[in-house]
Every structure is written in C-alpha cells, then in structure tokens.
Design a protein around this ligand. Structure first.
Ligand code: DGP
Length: 116
C-alpha cells in the first residue's frame, strides 16, 4: 500500500535498522518506546490486522523474530510482553499488522487502564 508507513519501512523506502529480517517479516525499534526494549515485528506483506488472512508461514516467522529479538536485547529470561493492538478500541494506530515486544522493566500485569 503506497500510503502505508510500515510498507515504506519494510521495503526500505524509509531507511531503518532491522533487528531481524527474513522472507516474511522484519523487526525494528518503535519510534515512541514505552519500555527500554520496545521492538515491532512487522510482516512484509500488508495485512491490516491479525484477522486479515495472515499465512501460517508469516506467523511462524513472527515467532522466530520474537525469539531473536528477546535474545539479542537480553530480555528473554527477565520476561517480556507481546501485543498486537487491533482496531479502534484496541488501540491500533498503524493499520498494518504489527506485534509490539516490550521489556526491560517490570510491566503491570493488569489490563484496561494501563498505557500499553
Ligand atoms: P499501534 O498503536 O499498536 O498501531 O502502534 C504503532 C506503533 O508504531 C507506535 O508505538 C509508534 C510506532 N511508529 C509509528 N510510526 C513509526 C515509524 O515511522 N517508525 C517507527 N520505528 N515506529 C513507528
């Protein structure tokens, strides 16, 4: 999609450092980090959200990206959170499927009022 910011990031139109890349996904740091480690895993193909016909191979790559990112950023053992905000009330602002990986500080275990 020509007007999608994440399409531009994944295809190199907007240069950014990838912490992980394979055939299906990339991972890069969030521009507005909410934790010491805040990385986005983003499929290369444009899917609006998790319910938008995402192939199994892409989801397998998402898991591989998460494993690599939590290892290389050192948050695997301390713990981390993976989130995909979906739709207006789910807090999604970029309409290209992405998974937030958050860690490097204690994360509140409650839902609802929390900023994340
Ligand atoms: P969400 O609200 O779940 O749709 O999250 C979108 C995230 O994307 C938000 O945390 C900020 C991040 N973001 C938006 N534009 C850019 C960008 O141009 N570069 C990077 N690295 N992150 C971005």
């Amino acid at each position: 999609m020509s007007d999608c910011i994440f399409c531009k990031l994944v295809n190199g139109e907007i240069p950014t450092e990838f912490l992980y890349e394979d055939e299906h996904v990339v991972a890069f740091r969030d521009a507005s980090p909410l934790a010491p480690v805040h990385v986005l895993v983003v499929p290369k193909a444009h899917h609006r959200d998790i319910l938008d016909n995402v192939p199994a191979q892409t989801l397998a790559s998402v898991v591989e990206a998460i494993k690599t990112v939590v290892d290389t950023t050192g948050i695997r053992d301390s713990g981390f959170r993976v989130i995909t905000n979906t739709g207006k009330e789910g807090g999604q602002s970029v309409m290209h499927l992405h998974f937030h990986i958050l860690g490097g500080r204690p994360l509140n275990a409650t839902f609802g009022e929390e900023e994340l």
